[in-house]
Design a protein around this ligand. Structure first.
Ligand SMILES: Cc1ncc(C[n+]2csc(CCOP(=O)(O)OP(=O)(O)O)c2C)c(N)n1
Ligand SMILES: [Mg+2]
Length: 806
């Protein structure tokens, strides 16, 4: 249990009169009871219909009860935002229940459909969860990026001056600190002069499997300080501090300081008699210790020895109140996993649940009658009206729900299409943004870009040169001042609209999550665009999923992609990302081939990322009313651009996911279907095929994701017996002969398009990339991986042969 002694927190105990403390203490008991009962109820008191363990974490909850009681009922203000350690979800829901923001029914249905969620969820819970958590580490980093976003919108003067800055608070399990993304976020936070972040570490020295290493606290302390954080250690509670002041107390303090974490845990579990035996054996010879032991019965000795500051309301309140500046602060709070429960300190308690007898004893201890388990004040010693009056004054709950809304930013009907005969989609993207950068429009003002050290190589330079880099502190571009010739102008200022990150894709996605929730967190709208190399989506995939899970809104521009990246080689060539694009919920994925398609998609996307379920939808069944985020998979391969008018039908096809570049003759027996940069090969192969099969069609798929989602939704609609829904994929493929063959081709896993054969039962020859790429030029690589014109012709021949045989 080694660790530094608690530094003095100052003497300020503002308003900490005895009545307030008594109320907080009563509520602390109630929160512990409700969280344990909620989990017990979920596990023991409902019909088992599937033989599955329900689960829940009574011990992990107990660990945080005091800290969360102090925070929510005394310290937090409505503008503060909190990421709660995922497995303390019941504590959060219990607190919201006491504050009147959560229904009893939801608690009774904890971990059931429609009930309170196992882990706090912004989208599935209804009691004002600020940040979803679940995948440990991500919620912690989210607070840091949310603080950066708060600075961004404040320095732009988009929040009322009178609106106080919120603290972005993470309640962190100590084992969460093993997650690397936390360190990526810490370093990035340091670079951006992070403010207003509080990380409260629940230092119970236990993870899921084990007791954590001794002396870890020293590393944590050093690490945070080296990143510019203030560290406040909450080690011993008031009772222990008082005992340390008595004769023998110094020796006792040293003994606890030196006690290995596992021994401390074991003694905590075993209780008073074990503490007595061990202290007597180790310190019996020290003057004063016998007297101390004689002065306590078993239960009071156990209470004394486990009086860590993280379970001592007064110590906790002093520590929180003691911080007055906006420096990022880490509270290292010593706690006990399972504190107050029968398995406190047991090394295997992570998934431990009280059995029926233990719960009966716990109920008696809490003086709760059977049938009165959900009563808000049952068993408490204070009068109900005093507690009600206290809760009515809780600062955090003064404004009601704390979610903001922000008006939408108007998006013009169409973005200008960059001109040029041969262009890549990546270059087109850069030019579309550079054009926007020149505009004096609300749309341009609200765009904020971010990139993990690939700003230049993803073509954001034109945008950044005009709009500048965001930094809390203005900094001139030294190279420019010294007249070093460069195409990049990188002045930094609070007005800047690009956030430059170090190379950490996790940070990009978590920043996008925070930027993409600015409307809800801070009441002002941002239109975030993040760029990265396509293969490195996989590096940050969990963080991307995290961003989508909490319904953050952003545009992700991944470029370059696929083996089309050619000489760069296999480590940079993505294969699986198109499938990720199809499968990732909350993310509409596109892979345009031409720049006019890209302009249409981006124009649509600026609107789509702002939708919230209201208003009308242009295409049925997709998430077109709710909106979502958007992923664009782009390429560096220049392609000859089509000369065409962008009419409404074409625009609808591009946004819907596909259109006929060359429509098939009704009843035709063959179609070539392509996505993205292989358009050139598909067009050429189609031209050659038309010599024999003049009716063959050529289809451009701009979004396999949206075509697929529409098809599934239409199928579901019909399965439900509703009408004659027809999806875009079905309509597009309808003119083909029933026994027609499709040749699909994409620079990515072929599975992304081959399902098109199932739409009307057509046979499919699916070309794509199934193995790692390598260095080469496009002709060599397309030949080797079978994406070239010959491969398409061979596939078409094989398809016709098969049809002939059928
Ligand atoms: C990314 C990720 N990996 C694994 C898990 C499973 N898991 C949930 S809690 C936990 C241990 C957490 O220990 P700690 O953070 O110390 O919390 P405590 O329960 O001790 O408060 C693990 C491994 C997870 N939720 N997320
Ligand atoms: Mg722990």
């Amino acid at each position: 249990m080694a660790g530094p002694a608690t530094p003095s927190m100052g003497t300020d105990t503002r308003d900490l009169d005895a009545r307030k403390l008594a109320c907080l203490s009563a509520l602390e008991n109630k929160v512990l009871w409700l969280s344990a009962w909620m989990i017990h109820n979920a596990n023991h008191l409902r019909e088992d219909r599937d033989g599955l363990k329900v689960g829940g974490h009574q011990a992990s909850c107990a660990s945080l009860v005091t800290l969360m009681t102090a925070l929510y009922f005394e310290i937090l203000r409505p503008q503060d935002r909190v990421a709660v350690k995922p497995h303390a979800s019941p504590v959060f829901h219990a607190i919201q229940y006491l504050l009147g923001n959560q229904s009893r029914e939801k608690l009774e249905h904890f971990r059931r459909l429609g009930g309170a969620q196992s882990y706090p969820s912004r989208t599935k819970d209804t009691d004002d969860v600020d940040f979803s958590t679940g995948s440990v580490g991500l919620g912690v980093a989210m607070t840091s990026f949310a603080s950066l976003v708060q600075d961004y919108v404040r320095l732009k003067r988009w929040v009322p001056e009178a609106q106080a800055n919120g603290r972005m608070v993470a309640l962190v399990g100590d084992a969460e600190l093993d997650e690397g993304n936390i360190y990526e976020a810490l370093l990035e936070g340091w670079k951006h002069d992070l403010r207003n972040a509080w990380w409260v570490i629940d230092y119970n020295r236990q993870s899921l499997d084990a007791v954590v290493r001794d002396r870890l606290f020293g590393q944590i302390d050093q690490l945070f300080r080296s990143m510019g954080w203030n560290v406040v250690t909450l080690k011993y509670g008031k009772k222990l501090e008082a005992a340390f002041a008595e004769p023998g107390g110094e020796a006792l303090r040293r003994w606890i300081d030196d006690c290995p974490n596992s021994l401390y845990s074991a003694l905590t579990f075993q209780g008073g008699a074990a503490w007595h035996r061990q202290i007597l054996a180790d310190l019996g010879h020290v003057a004063g210790i016998k007297g101390l032991l004689d002065g306590h019965d078993e239960s009071s000795l156990a209470a004394l020895m486990t009086n860590l500051a993280g379970h001592d309301l007064e110590s906790v309140l002093e520590a929180f109140h003691g911080v007055r500046d906006d420096r990022p602060t880490c509270f290292l709070a010593y706690t006990i996993k399972g504190f107050g429960l029968p398995f406190a300190g047991h090394k295997d308690n992570h998934a431990g649940l009280m059995n029926l007898d233990q719960m009966a004893a716990f109920r008696r201890r809490n003086r709760i009658a059977e049938g009165a388990e959900w009563e808000r004040f049952g068993g408490l010693e204070l009068p109900e009206d005093e507690l009600e009056a206290f809760l009515a004054r809780v600062p955090f709950a003064q404004t009601g729900p704390r979610r903001h809304k922000a008006p939408r930013v108007a998006v013009p009907a169409g973005l200008p299409i960059p001109g040029g005969d041969r262009l890549s989609t990546q270059e087109g993207f850069g030019r579309i943004l550079a054009d926007l950068a020149r505009e004096d429009s609300e749309l341009a003002a609200r765009i904020v870009t971010a990139s993990p050290d690939v700003t230049v190589s993803t073509n954001l330079s034109g945008w950044v040169n005009r709009r500048g880099i965001f930094d809390r502190h203005p900094q001139a571009d030294t190279f420019k001042e010294h007249k070093v010739v460069s195409a990049q102008r990188w002045a930094m200022s609070p007005e800047g609209q690009h956030i430059e990150l170090g190379i950490a894709e996790n940070n990009l996605f978590i920043l996008l999550a925070a930027l993409g929730l600015a409307h809800s967190l801070f009441g002002t709208r941002l239109l975030p665009i993040g760029t990265l190399y396509d293969p490195f989506i996989q590096r940050g995939l969990d963080a991307l999923n995290y961003a989508c899970y909490q319904d953050a809104r952003f545009m992700l521009v991944a470029t370059p992609s696929g083996i089309t990246l050619a000489p760069e080689g296999g480590a940079h060539q993505s294969v699986a990302t198109p499938l990720i694009g199809v499968a990732q919920d909350g993310l509409a994925s596109f892979e345009p081939a031409f720049v006019d398609e890209l302009a249409v998609i981006m124009g649509w996307a600026f609107d789509y990322i702002q939708r919230d379920g209201s208003g009308h939808s242009e295409i049925d069944w997709l998430r077109d009313k709710e909106g979502g985020s958007v992923y664009l998979r782009l390429s560096t391969r220049p392609l000859a651009q089509p000369k065409r008018d962008m009419d409404e039908a074409l625009r609808m096809g591009i946004v819907g996911g596909g259109y006929w570049l060359s429509p098939p003759k009704p009843g035709t027996e063959l179609a070539v279907i392509y996505t993205g940069a292989v358009a050139e090969e598909a067009i050429e192969a189609h031209a050659q095929l038309q010599e024999d099969l003049p009716g063959a069609g050529l289809m451009a798929v701009t979004s396999a994701d949206r075509l697929n989602a529409g098809w599934h939704a239409a199928e579901r609609d019909r399965q439900g017996g509703h009408g004659k829904a027809q999806s875009l994929a079905e309509k597009l493929l309808a003119p083909l002969a029933p026994n027609a063959a499709l040749v699909t081709v994409v620079d990515g896993h072929p599975g992304v398009l081959e399902w098109l054969g199932s739409v009307h039962g057509h046979s499919v020859q699916a070309l794509g990339v199934e193995h790692f790429g390598q260095s080469g030029d496009i002709p060599d690589l397309y030949r080797t991986y079978r994406l070239d014109v010959d491969a398409i012709l061979d596939a078409a021949a094989a398809a016709c042969l098969r049809r002939g045989r059928a």
